[in-house]
Each structure stands twice: as structure tokens, then as C-alpha cells.
Design a protein around this ligand. Structure first.
Ligand code: OGA
Ligand code: MN
Length: 336
């Protein structure tokens, strides 16, 4: 039987095979083929990318280092894909992590817990979780806190997971700070009119994964998808336009930013595995150093109490924010 026929027989395309390879627990997979943009780059596929440095005007205001210090890469065969290896200033990631855990899950944003709980019960996810997440040893077999049960939050045009659609009448204002952050990244990649209109935040525990998919629900595909990673590392698989196209595996670490645009905007991708750091070995980047506040910075200091809770959470979790433009200029939702 040919390789292709065997694949068809088993119902497994090249993407599914690699997904299962990296998801496997026993024995754990070999990571030697996984590209690590934070280390020495030995893969012949990696190419340095020149960003549009002068367009980035407000990097420091959103907690990013000056754009000329960013390390940005592309991958051969993936035009429009840009990987920026942690462009955040030391001490600014804690602010964005706190936004993901304390601020963005709040109303009017929508989260998975709203699907089976009343709005009054999901009002104060953070406050209701603080006690159990800040006690030094977790009370044994205690029920999971709301924060630990959080799986996704949607912002702006709220993605409907059942219909896979956005709609005109399910919209709440997109957070101004995340809008500014996303625009700085878009500007560096030459998108001067990127409008962040929808956000999906995914919350991963150490055994979570994200299935193989293409983000095609947005009505305009000419604008980039911008993805921010915080907390534990993970493996990202970037495939092709077809499931049969063998994907490229890379590590995503805390602070890393990915842009999928142009010919890479509609490629298959997935997160087969979280790769937790050994306990107590969080990257030094994640220290909550009190930064001297910039006058017009959106990055506020994070209190010690808040950071204790965030740290406890992030020790075993990963957060990803993916920011999208839904409508092109002048475009509107089709009449249903
Ligand atoms: C998504 C997505 C990737 C990630 O939310 O559409 O692909 O790194 N996320 O979590
Ligand atoms: Mn996606």
C-alpha cells in the first residue's frame, strides 16, 4: 500500500499524525525537531525578518521593548508568518497576565463559565478564586476554583463556538489596552490600519491541547491574526492549506508573539502539548519587578497580592490571546 493509501486507510493525515506524536504521554516524544526561537537557531528553515521599525510608535507604553531590539523570524515556505521572540520589557508580562486573569474575564466579556452559570455567579471570578489560589498549600481535594475552571474568554465581537460565527449584535467594546498592544505588533509587520475587533483568550492546564483548525470565521482575511503567549511553554504546529501538508513544530514561550498574515493567514495549526517548566523554574522574565511607571503607560504595577495569585496560576498553566480583525474597511455583516 502506498504511504498515502495507508494514511487514508487509517483516516490520519500528516497533521493528525504529528499532532498525536507530540501529544503522546508515554513515552514522551522527542523534541529535537522542534524549532526554538529563543535559543541557537539550527533549523535551516528559519530566516531573520526585517520589521517596519519606524512604524512602531508606542512600544514602551504597552510594555514592549524598543522595536529595534525585537528578534523577529520567518519560516521558509510560510510567507506572512512572523515569530517575535518575547518582545516584552522585563517586568511588563505580569501586567498582561493579570489582565488575562483578573480583568478580561469580567463582564461584559463572555467566558465558558457563563454557559452553565448565572451572570451573578460569574461576576467575580477573580475574587471568588483568590482565597484558594493564595493559600500556601492547596487544601486537598478541594473543588477547583472558578479561575481554574476558566477555559476561554471572548472580547469584542464574541465568537460563537457552536455556529462558528461572529455577529453584529453580540459585541462589547474591545479592551483599549489590548487594542493598543496589538496595533503595535501589526504596525511592525506593515499593517497600519489593523483594527482589533475580536479576541479569543484560551486558558490551558498542563494536560490541555488545542485541536487542528483554521481561523476562517472572520469576514476579512487580508488582516493578520496576532497571537500572544503567557505562562508555560507549548508546542505549536503550523501546517499548510491542506491537512496532508506536514506541519512545522516550534516552541512558544512566555511573551512570544506570532503573526499569521498573507499566505499564512489561513493555514492549519494546533497546540498538541503544553511543556511545563520544572516546578519553581519560571523564566526570570516573569518576575514582577516594579517598573518606573511611564506617564502615559497602559501598563500598571501589579500588587504583590495579585501577583501571588497569578504566579500560582501560571505555575501550571498557559494563556494565549489571539486578536483578530473581523470586518474589512467598510464591510458589514451579511443580513441573515
Ligand atoms: C486560536 C489559536 C493558539 C494558541 O485561539 O485560534 O490558534 O497558541 N491559539 O493557543
Ligand atoms: Mn487558531
Amino acid at each position: 500500500m502506498s504511504k498515502m493509501a495507508a494514511v487514508m486507510e487509517s483516516g490520519e493525515d500528516a497533521f493528525k499524525q504529528l499532532f498525536k506524536f507530540y501529544k503522546r504521554r508515554k513515552p514522551p516524544p522527542d523534541f529535537s525537531e522542534v524549532i526554538d526561537f529563543s535559543g541557537k537557531l539550527c533549523s535551516g528553515k528559519v530566516v531573520p525578518i526585517k520589521l517596519n521599525l519606524t512604524a512602531v510608535s508606542d512600544a514602551s507604553i504597552v510594555g514592549l521593548r524598543p522595536a529595534q531590539d525585537w528578534r523577529a523570524f520567518g519560516l521558509q515556505g510560510y510567507p506572512g508568518f512572523v515569530f517575535i521572540s518575547n518582545p516584552f520589557r522585563k517586568g511588563s508580562q505580569p501586567f498582561w497576565i493579570r489582565q488575562c486573569l483578573k480583568t478580561y474575564p469580567q463582564k461584559p466579556n463572555v467566558c465558558n463559565l457563563d454557559m452553565h452559570m448565572s451572570p451573578s455567579d460569574t461576576q467575580d471570578i477573580w475574587e471568588r478564586s483568590v482565597h484558594s489560589l493564595s493559600s500556601p498549600t492547596p487544601p486537598r481535594r478541594q473543588e477547583k476554583s472558578l479561575l481554574e475552571r476558566l477555559r476561554w474568554v471572548t472580547l469584542g465581537y464574541h465568537y460563537n463556538w457552536d455556529t462558528k460565527l461572529y455577529s453584529e449584535d453580540h459585541y462589547t467594546p474591545f479592551p483599549a489596552d489590548l487594542q493598543l498592544l496589538s496595533q503595535q505588533i501589526a504596525l511592525s509587520c506593515g499593517f497600519s490600519d489593523f483594527r482589533p475587533q475580536a479576541g479569543i483568550l484560551n486558558y490551558y492546564r498542563s494536560d490541555s491541547s488545542l485541536g487542528i483548525h483554521v481561523d476562517e470565521s472572520e469576514l476579512d482575511h487580508s488582516r493578520p491574526l496576532i497571537s500572544f503567549c503567557f505562562g508555560q511553554s507549548a508546542i505549536f504546529l503550523l501546517g499548510g492549506k491542506q491537512r496532508q501538508d506536514p506541519p512545522t513544530a516550534m516552541f512558544m514561550h512566555s511573551g512570544d508573539v506570532m503573526v499569521m498574515s498573507g499566505q499564512s493567514r489561513l493555514l492549519y495549526h494546533a497546540v498538541p502539548r503544553i511543556v511545563p517548566a520544572p516546578p519553581g523554574l519560571l523564566p526570570s522574565e516573569l518576575q514582577n519587578s516594579p517598573t518606573s511607571p511611564d506617564t502615559n503607560s497602559v501598563v500598571e504595577p501589579v500588587s504583590e497580592q495579585d501577583w501571588t495569585v497569578c504566579l500560582r496560576y501560571i505555575e501550571s498553566s498557559r494563556i494565549n490571546m489571539t486578536v483578530r480583525q473581523v470586518l474589512g474597511p467598510g464591510q458589514s455583516f451579511p443580513q441573515s
